[in-house]
Write a protein of this length. Structure first.
Length: 237
């Protein structure tokens, strides 16, 4: 099936005013779900999320989709027609291509993390969390990119990178404040550094699961009071 590339629009523009897009459009977003069984893919960008129907794809696009891994948070460009059925807005895709190389984006982020000031100029080893997920019993991030940093002597750090996602109610400032408060009560590792889109925490030698034995004591009556007191002044209650 041949098709001409449509006008470039944002996911948010499609969701807020789907009926204004009569002609084919092209959107770019991060893949957060791929389910070939129901011919569906979900894209996310700038807090907006859009469902993409895949049953009209050409063969080249099907090969692209088949090789996608959500864990790599790939960015794709999708061309298709905007459809609205009752309250559901989606994109009927006819072609999908890679917008940016996942490997290239990952390499750029690794370089950025290695240059963070908290390492004080020390050469560190930075790996995507997916590379050590089984070893450290790490879950999969769907709204952020996760990395593990090793310093000389074996000290580990966990780095989370992600922007605010208002559409999902995700605030990185609140996440960072909650992490600091949890660390102060012993429920979570210490926070080393924060920025607008980045959170660096210490990583226990055996991974986050090493913090679990501390939870029962903190969750007994009265145990959560320090945490609650720290959250309320910051407007997080």
């Amino acid at each position: 099936m041949s098709t001409s590339a449509g006008a470039n629009v944002t996911l948010r523009a499609v969701i807020l005013d789907p009926l204004s897009h009569k002609d084919p459009v092209t959107v770019v977003g991060t893949v957060v779900l791929v389910d070939l069984g129901i011919e569906r893919m979900d894209l996310s960008h700038d807090g907006a999320k859009l469902a993409v129907q895949l049953d009209h794809l050409d063969e080249a696009s099907r090969r692209v989709v088949a090789e996608l891994s959500v864990a790599d948070r790939p960015q794709v460009s999708v061309n298709g027609a905007v459809r609205k059925q009752q309250r559901r807005t989606f994109l009927q895709a006819v072609s999908v291509s890679m917008a940016h190389s996942p490997a290239g984006r990952c390499a750029a982020m690794v370089e950025r993390i290695a240059a963070l000031p908290c390492w004080e100029g020390e050469a560190v080893e930075v790996k995507p969390a997916t590379a050590v997920a089984q070893e450290l019993a790490l879950g999969e991030g769907r709204t952020n990119q996760n990395f593990v940093v090793r310093r000389r002597g074996g000290a580990g750090h966990f780095v989370r990178v992600g922007a605010d996602l208002p559409f999902f109610g995700v605030s990185r400032a609140r996440e960072q404040a909650a992490s600091r408060a949890a660390a102060a009560t012993g429920l979570a590792p210490a926070v080393v550094l924060t920025s607008e889109d980045l959170l660096v925490r210490e990583l226990p030698p055996c991974g986050p699961a090493a913090m679990l034995p501390r939870c029962p004591a903190a969750l007994r009556p009265g145990g959560c009071k320090p945490l609650h007191q720290r959250l309320r002044p910051r407007g997080l209650a």
